[in-house]
Ligand binder design. Structure first.
Ligand code: HEC
Length: 130
């Protein structure tokens, strides 16, 4: 019984509770971990750590703008990730590895796209290639 409960708890933890059906962790692993590393610690001197990063957990529009516009060596994800993907991945990044930033919603990202004038991504199928 206890084992079953543990299994259920693990399952529940694996199900994202945000941004519809998108799993922020898997978006991160596919699109971000190559540079920022699966543990969010990045590579000193090349890719900034997202773990323990005050910019990342600050006002949500700041990291979201970096994803929508790109910045320096950071790619622009506005044409490869949907608003739901961006909301989910940032919610994951802001609440993982000890980070304690708030969640982001899909409508917030959609509004921000208009603000920063990044075109809406409507491409249906995601290739997850950059
Ligand atoms: C090709 C490598 C690469 C990939 C892939 C990548 N990043 Fe970055 N990221 C960078 C670099 C380099 C910077 C620093 C940019 C600069 O110096 O202005 C950065 C900066 C950032 C910042 C700002 C950090 C700060 O302290 O200002 C955030 C937030 C961020 N990335 C999140 C992500 C997320 C989320 C993903 C996946 C959707 C991602 N990155 C994918 C290379 C990458």
């Amino acid at each position: 019984m206890r084992r079953l409960l543990t299994a259920l708890a693990l399952l529940a933890a694996a199900v994202p509770s945000h941004a519809a059906d998108v799993d922020g962790k898997s978006v991160f692993q596919k699109n971000c971990a190559a540079c920022h590393m699966p543990n969010g610690k990045g590579i000193p001197g090349a890719f900034p750590a997202l773990a323990g990063n005050t910019f990342v957990v600050g006002p949500a529009q700041d990291p979201a703008t970096v994803l929508l516009k790109g910045r320096g060596g950071m790619p622009d994800f506005s044409q490869s990730l949907t608003d739901a993907d961006i909301a989910a991945v940032l919610t994951y990044v802001r609440s993982s590895w000890g980070n304690k930033g708030g969640a982001l919603t899909e409508p917030q990202v959609a509004a921000l796209r208009n603000e920063v004038q990044a075109a809406h991504y409507t491409g249906g199928q995601l290739s997850n290639k950059h």
